[in-house]
Design a protein around this ligand. Structure first.
Ligand code: AMP
Length: 369
């Protein structure tokens, strides 16, 4: 861990209220980051290619332009005091163009790592994380060899642009490999062993400019149609699993010289009667499975991210209530009146006019007894 700077020096590096935070991406995560920034006295400037971006409802300044538009990006960079992002597929080359004008937090290294599953897995392995066995696959022949080595069942995933189960195929003994390979259109892939987990969990951790790390408690997640459905706290896992997750998260954030909030996803399996923790993937941003912090903690993941990227001290990641977060996806939004009438529920809506299949419309934080 790097040496801590003198407190007075460190204070000088804090962004002052009234400064402007730039956010690349205009979805609900950008919207909630903008709200948190506003509550802390900052202005925000959201940059997104889509005119109808939900985050535009909550920001002072907007730029509508493609991420590759270097002129627009340079003007954006000149108008803000720090740049952050709300999704991990921001193209890297344009960011390199502005990185000497304005701090980008979290940095480009975290983006490069998370954008490519193979780079990510190699990095996680170097941090000492346990991963499902994996192999690089660039051709049908590679896939044949890799399935022999890894065995069935296994999961073939594109290295880039996969999310919510898209860009991946589960392979079982006897499946037609050439069909699977062409199904992913010959994109560079990784093959990984199928983990027979009994729980999927995640941890939201933040690292400040001075290297301090604060992690929220590990959460238990359920999925519906490959999309996060619920997140529950406490997760009910034993202390040794929680402390292993904390330890590996600290290593990941420190090695990336990370500034901001990160979501780290895990599989928990039981092997020989012992809990075994696998890291699935990392998201270098605020994360859907961290929305529970809005109503389960005094300082939530959005404020924590703004604190970190502004050079402020981190808040205490302490949970004050047992809580369940329920995503409102597509038509789930029709159930909102029931939640509005429930005194133990807090409804968060993203302002999207049209409820499409699989579209995240909002979420509910339900306080449990
Ligand atoms: P991912 O996009 O890698 O997070 O995968 C989406 C979902 O697919 C995960 O949340 C798991 O439910 C499932 N999955 C992905 N990889 C594996 C694996 N190696 N073993 C078992 N299930 C997996």
């Amino acid at each position: 861990m790097p040496a801590k700077p003198m407190p007075w020096l460190w204070r000088l590096s804090m962004l002052k209220p009234g400064s402007t935070i730039g956010i690349l991406g205009g979805g609900q995560l950008g919207a909630m980051l903008a709200s948190a920034a506003c509550e802390m006295g900052f202005k925000t400037h959201i940059y997104a290619p889509d005119n109808n971006s939900p985050a535009f409802q909550r920001t002072n300044l907007i730029t509508v332009a493609p991420y590759e538009d270097l002129d627009a990006l340079s003007r954006f960079a000149a108008s803000v005091d720090v740049v952050s992002y709300e999704f991990e597929n921001v193209p890297i080359a344009p960011l390199q163009h502005i990185q000497h004008t304005v701090p980008i937090r979290p940095g480009i290294k975290a983006l490069e790592t998370a954008q490519d599953r193979l780079v990510e897995k190699d990095f996680l392995k170097s941090c000492g994380a346990r991963l499902a066995s994996y192999a690089e696959v660039n051709s049908l022949e590679d896939l044949q060899v890799a399935t022999q080595e890894i065995g069935y069942p296994c999961v073939l995933k594109t290295r880039r642009f996969g999310y919510d189960g898209k860009g991946q195929i589960v392979l079982r003994e006897g499946d037609d490999l050439s069909q699977a390979w062409s199904g992913l259109k010959g994109a560079p892939c990784v093959l990984e062993a199928f983990v027979d987990f009994f729980a999927e969990t995640s941890l939201i951790a933040a690292r400040a400019v001075d290297g301090t790390i604060a992690a929220f408690e590990m959460a238990l997640n359920t999925h519906k149609n490959h999309i996060l459905h619920t997140t529950q706290l406490p997760c009910g896992l034993p202390e040794d699993v929680l402390s292993e997750a904390d330890k590996i998260s600290q290593e990941i954030l420190t090695r990336l010289d990370y500034i901001g909030v990160m979501g780290i996803e895990f599989f928990v399996a039981k092997e020989n009667d012992t809990h075994v923790l696998y890291v699935n993937e990392i998201a270098p941003r605020v994360h859907n499975s961290g929305h529970w912090t809005q109503d389960g903690c005094l300082v939530d993941q959005f404020e924590q991210h703004i604190r970190a990227i502004a050079g402020w001290p981190l808040g205490a990641p302490v949970r004050h209530s047992n809580i369940e977060m329920i995503n409102l996806i597509g038509d789930d939004i029709d159930q909102v009146s029931g939640y509005l009438d429930d005194p133990r529920c807090k409804v968060h809506l993203y302002g999207k006019a049209e409820a499409r299949l699989g579209r995240k419309m909002g979420h509910v934080n339900h306080l449990l007894a």
